[in-house]
Design a protein around this ligand. Structure first.
Ligand SMILES: [Zn+2]
Length: 322
């Protein structure tokens, strides 16, 4: 699970602090390890260990067996579909959850019409977060890794469809096949009658623009260059840039408790937020905005006032033929 052999395994490579109970076996104290991309939980000790963050220990998961189970399901995906499809699918699942935790599918702007299943999922994510990061203690307890932990079971649940070539083919297929995909993903996001939208819908974006492409790979700057890693890199895993990013996140989170946005800004999800074929945006906020809209398959231009479209949900939407 850890150690040098992981350098040679494809799709690996974060130097990060590990599970403190595993580390207790080492007389020298906490050990920086190289974790593969698919290791988020120490299942032996039920401890959150990923993704790489500010190197504060992750939460203890004794009271969250569903998060530990999600790691086992994640490893089953890996055995079934390989690391590249699994890496892309789990990050895509995190990205969908992050958008859904904010205003995807218009949940916050129109709460009275929000699907109950999705509202309940969001409540569970928020409840876990309040236990991991009690309100008022953000300066001491916040890490973005804890927000990833809060949505991990649902991210893996979604990833089981995203990683599957069969479901990807349904998503890319004609309206009849797409309807089968929508029923399956809708069930997993708590929106049983889910219909793809051209705006505020990261799933609609993925169906229209991403699902037929190869999986997006990890960034290459560090992960694919084992020759550039030296042991000294591991002891300096918390750089000033990482510290600054963390400080920005904690300030933002303490002020707004806006967890989905913090997740979307974390570098872990960048490979699926800005894909090789994504429209290039000047600002990162623009890339986040683009990742939940599409002008392809589900776009029905309004006859006038097209510039108002971005937040206008009164216009007629294309629905799948029934
Ligand atoms: Zn452990």
């Amino acid at each position: 699970m850890t150690g040098l052999k992981d350098f040679t395994e494809p799709g690996t490579a974060h130097p990060q602090i590990g599970c403190p109970r595993c580390d207790a076996r080492y007389p020298g104290g906490p050990v920086f390890r190289i974790f593969p991309h698919h290791r988020y939980v120490c299942t032996r000790h039920r401890y959150w260990i990923g993704p790489p963050d500010i190197n504060r220990p992750g939460p203890d998961l004794d009271d969250f067996p569903e998060i530990v189970t999600a790691q086992r399901r994640h490893l089953r995906l890996l055995r079934r579909y390989g690391w590249a499809a699994t890496y892309d699918a789990v990050l895509t699942g995190f990205m969908f959850c992050a958008h859904l935790w904010e205003n995807a599918l218009n949940v916050d702007l129109d709460p009275t019409n929000a699907p109950l299943g999705l509202v309940l999922k969001r409540a569970v994510w928020t409840m876990r977060t309040m236990i991991f990061i009690p309100p008022g203690t953000e300066r001491e307890t916040f890490t973005t890794a804890k927000l990833f932990a809060a949505v991990y079971p649902d991210a893996v649940n979604i990833a089981e469809l995203i990683a599957s070539p069969g479901y990807r083919a349904l998503a890319a297929g004609d309206d009849g096949r797409l309807r089968l995909f929508c029923a399956a993903i809708g069930h997993r996001i708590g929106v049983p009658d889910y219909q793809p939208q051209d705006d505020l819908d990261p799933i609609g974006h993925w169906i229209a623009e991403d699902c037929w492409h190869d999986p997006s790979p990890p960034p290459t700057t560090f992960a694919a260059a084992p020759g550039h890693r030296r042991p000294s890199h591991l002891t300096k895993a918390t750089t000033k840039a990482a510290r600054d990013r963390h400080d920005n996140s904690v300030t933002w989170f303490a002020r707004k408790r806006s967890p989905g946005n913090v997740l979307l800004h974390h570098r872990t999800v960048h490979p699926v937020l800005i894909r090789e074929w994504s429209i290039r945006m000047e600002q990162f906020a623009g890339a986040i905005y683009q990742s939940q809209r599409t002008k392809l398959r589900f776009w029905t231009p309004a006859p006038e006032a097209t510039e108002k479209r971005s937040h206008d949900f009164t216009g007629e939407k294309k629905r799948l033929s029934t």
